[in-house]
Design a protein around this ligand. Structure first.
Ligand code: MN
Length: 230
């Protein structure tokens, strides 16, 4: 039998032919107060926390995403994505942005019924969060070109009707705080991606739905929900 050939996941870079390799995807949970309230996730003063998705869960802008198995409550969460160009441990907040290569807009797609079931049983979130094609992401916008966005609308619409709206300034942990906190728990490396949490308005999708996310100054992401793969 032949050995498997495994490709490193990559992300398009706006205006460049090269693609950016992706090492890990870290995600922030509970980073907007209004989303904590809608999820009824206990004490809203509890700090955000981290979980991961597999890096091969990335799908490109414009893709059709198969409705996943093991759920009847497949939901969107629109999020600002940070891509690290430099790694480190114990990164101080005032140096954190020096590690950022660029930004994108992504969706933390979620099997909400599985997430809630796992949460109730105090089991890991993997089945709810870390599944195939659960991380659609737009092309990377380099920080050299767009700077470091700290405010601006973040929205998601389904079939042209706006469902989520927040502002990047509402994040409980801002980007330097996220990077610094994360680097206290993990050795960060170039190619690490961070999904920074979602504002309120999350909800379910069905086959045929067209999702459009937008972050002012960062980009637009379009995906369609297709039939399951069997
Ligand atoms: Mn999320």
């Amino acid at each position: 039998m032949k050995l498997p050939v495994v490709a490193t996941p990559t992300l398009a870079i706006a205006g460049r032919a090269e693609r950016c390799p992706i090492r890990r995807i870290y995600c922030v949970g509970r980073n907007y107060v209004d989303h904590i309230r809608e999820m009824k996730e206990g004490d809203e003063r509890d700090p955000p926390f981290f979980f991961q998705k597999p890096s091969d869960a990335i799908v490109a802008n414009g893709s059709t995403i198969p409705y996943p198995p093991d759920t009847s409550d497949f939901q969107y969460e629109v999020e600002l994505v940070v891509l690290l160009g430099e790694g480190g441990v114990n990164i101080p907040q005032d140096k954190a942005l020096d590690h950022v290569l660029g930004y994108a807009i992504g969706l933390d797609l979620t099997r909400r019924d599985q997430q809630k079931d796992m949460r109730a049983k105090m089991l890991p979130w993997e089945r709810g969060k870390a599944f195939d094609a659960s991380a659609p992401c737009s092309a990377l916008m380099l920080a050299d070109h767009i700077g470091h966005p700290t405010k601006g609308a973040i929205t998601l619409s389904v079939n042209g009707v706006e469902q989520q709206r927040g502002d990047l300034s509402q994040m409980i942990w801002n980007v330097p705080e996220i990077i610094s906190n994360l680097s206290n728990s993990y050795k960060l490396m170039p190619g690490d991606m961070i999904m920074t949490g979602t504002p309120a308005g999350v909800g379910p999708v069905v086959i045929g739905d067209k999702l459009q996310g937008h972050i002012a100054g960062v980009g637009t992401l379009n995906v369609t929900i297709g039939p399951g793969e069997g």
